[in-house]
Design a protein. Structure first.
Length: 180
């Protein structure tokens, strides 16, 4: 739990650095890409986490990556701070927390939708509009998957909230009620 709290604090500090919408989106994109690379590349993790490499060497590696990949100076400074504070291992959690803060700052909603059948554009747009109205947000990013075992309808996860609208879920609820 301590790591999650620390990650959220660092993420919040980075949000405050890049307060403008366009800057936040650029930082978010770069941070998320770096976090994925960091998680998937053992050599990079070792190079940035291992105290056997001096802090100036690790900072230099980040500066080279920043120059090559075109990161903002705010992100570069932030990552160097994480190396200096021996907190670079928190990078994946910071990226998740940062995206949550950016979503909040920009009025963005993320939803995971699982439907029984592929949604056409019209159905997807209706679902998007309904979610925006219910949650009072400006933009909705939907991650849609298909699971035929739902029989009909869909399930949605928005933040920590779950919505069950599938035929299978309703049948399971009926089964519970009838077995009582």
């Amino acid at each position: 739990m301590k790591e999650v709290t620390l990650a959220r604090r660092y993420a919040r500090a980075l949000v405050d650095l890049g307060r403008e919408g366009a800057r936040l989106l650029k930082i978010e994109n770069d941070l998320v890409q770096l976090a994925r690379t960091f998680q998937g590349n053992r050599e990079l993790r070792i190079a940035l986490e291992n105290p056997a490499f001096s802090k100036p060497v690790r900072e230099g590696l980040l500066q080279k990556l920043s120059q090559t990949l075109g990161w903002s100076s705010d992100l570069e400074k932030f990552l160097i701070l994480l190396v200096r504070e021996e907190r670079i291992a928190l990078l994946p959690r910071i990226a998740v927390a940062f995206s949550e803060w950016v979503d909040q700052a920009l009025g963005r909603l993320r939803a995971e939708i699982v439907s029984a059948q592929p949604l056409d554009r019209s159905a997807e747009e209706k679902l998007r509009k309904a979610l925006l109205e219910v949650f009072g947000r400006k933009e909705a990013l939907l991650q849609i998957q298909v699971d035929p075992s739902l029989l009909a309808g869909f399930r949605a996860k928005v933040g920590g909230r779950f919505f069950e609208g599938s035929a299978r879920g309703q049948l399971e609820q009926l089964k519970v009620v009838l077995s009582v």
